[in-house]
Design a protein around this ligand. Structure first.
Ligand SMILES: *Cc1c(COP(=O)(O)O)cnc(C)c1O
Length: 411
């Protein structure tokens, strides 16, 4: 039997406990949705204020040089690179994940011509599938998207596979793919791999270089806490950088943008995947947000993340065993990202009732209650309190209230 006092003791010994002060978290809120929108890092408002008043307000256009605005996509990319095991100079921060996927899918198909499929799985996030099928149609080279169940991916890679495009952590179940094994299998068959690390970067250790990954994208407003709509990032392995081409040949991906040549000449390196003018204010916020990762290792983050997830599963077993929930996530922490999902036919209403109690997770159709555990600010006692609220919502049938049945635009 686990008691709340055991968890108070765990919090007091937690080496990451101090990190919580680096975030602005409203009193009384238990925030378990950092996998969808990371909370506001405490350093961001002052850095934004400086970017607005001093840099934009006073330095004006000189800021591109004197405040280093032009280098922000690469500088922020390098900081993200440390979190995902990327080689120096292989990541830029730009655009949205969807747009970066489009750029890299097109680049991959051009790098590996003469094959007919992009292989993905049913656990992928819809935008990834939409972008890949859209890109394949537009390129009109007879390439089509093939979508198989996650457990069939490795066996489905064959001589026709141009690109294996997967999301590392399933957004609904949290199921984690074996990046090293799938990447090796793809390479053995002559295919390239593109990993979407939306739910991995900042949540668990990733070794892009060690796994010899070809291409990757990721999101910055989830575990990286960059703020709503924060610029995403993309990775191109150094060995592909000279040959990989972006379909969006904008002027800031040019080798010499300020020569204003009439012909496009791609920049050396991953910088050629920049298209237009970077979103500076958002990049400043993201840059400040990344301070929260300075001085922590991803192994430390992972260790606590698994403990938080295991604890939640144990507490649901212990206290909510007969309330109609089923576990919608792998039980083994090593096969799971930094989230745990429960499934329940009344999942939507139950989640709304929890949110009304300021216990914030989210819901994914058709029946998934999703709880993200971000080790930089989640406490062990939060997991106890979450379970307590869940128990109350169920025992009192609070979820059955009319107000919790109405669907909002964003779930
Ligand atoms: C969150 C997420 C995205 C988001 O893409 P946007 O272009 O930022 O809207 C894409 N892919 C995956 C796997 C995600 O989890």
């Amino acid at each position: 039997m686990i008691n709340r006092s055991d968890l108070v003791a765990l919090d007091s010994r937690d080496p990451l406990a101090g990190r919580r002060d680096m975030f602005v978290l409203p009193e009384g809120v238990i925030y378990l949705d950092g996998n969808s929108l990371g909370p506001l890092p405490a350093s961001v408002p002052a850095r934004m204020e400086d970017a607005l008043r001093r840099q934009w307000g006073r330095d004006l256009i000189r800021s591109w040089n004197v405040n280093g605005w032009i280098d922000l996509p690469a500088r922020v990319g390098a900081r993200i690179g440390r979190l995902v095991g990327a080689e120096d100079g292989s990541i830029i921060s730009a655009d949205s994940t969807s747009v970066n996927l489009y750029k890299l899918v097109c680049a991959a198909l051009a790098l590996n011509p003469g094959r007919s499929t992009i292989l993905s799985d049913t656990g992928n996030f819809p935008t990834d599938l939409y972008v890949a099928s859209g890109a394949a149609e537009l390129m009109d080279k007879g390439v089509r998207l093939m979508v198989v169940p996650p457990e069939d991916v490795e066996a489905s890679i064959d001589a026709e596979t141009a690109l294996v495009m997967l999301t590392h952590v399933d957004y609904r179940t949290g199921r984690l793919h074996d990046m090293a094994s799938i990447t090796a299998r793809a390479h053995a068959a002559g295919a390239l791999v593109l990993w979407d690390l939306a739910h991995s970067a900042g949540a668990l250790p990733v070794d892009l270089a060690g796994c010899r990954v070809d291409l990757a994208v990721g999101c910055s407003y989830k575990y990286l806490n960059g703020g709503p709509g924060a610029p995403a990032w993309l990775y191109v392995a150094p060995r592909h950088q000279a040959a990989a081409r972006s379909p969006l040949t904008g002027w800031l991906g040019h080798a010499a943008p300020f020569a204003f040549d009439l012909d496009f000449r791609p920049a050396e390196g991953v910088g050629r995947f920049i298209c237009g003018t970077p979103n500076i204010l958002s990049l400043v916020a993201l840059d400040a947000a990344l301070d929260a990762f300075d001085g922590v290792s991803m192994e430390q983050v992972r260790d606590k993340s698994i403990k938080l997830g295991d604890l939640f599963i144990a507490l649901v077993d212990q206290r909510c065993g007969d309330l109609g929930f089923t576990l919608g996530a792998p039980r083994d922490g090593r096969s799971r990202g930094s989230q745990v999902s429960l499934r329940h036919p009344e999942g939507y209403a139950i989640m709304q009732a929890l949110i009304a109690r300021e216990v914030i997770g989210d819901f994914r159709a058709p029946d998934v209650l999703r709880f993200g555990f971000c080790p930089l600010y989640a406490r062990y006692t939060d997991i106890w309190d979450l379970t307590e609220h869940l128990l109350q919502v169920m025992l009192t049938r609070e979820w059955a209230q009319e107000r919790f049945q109405r669907r909002a635009k964003v779930t």
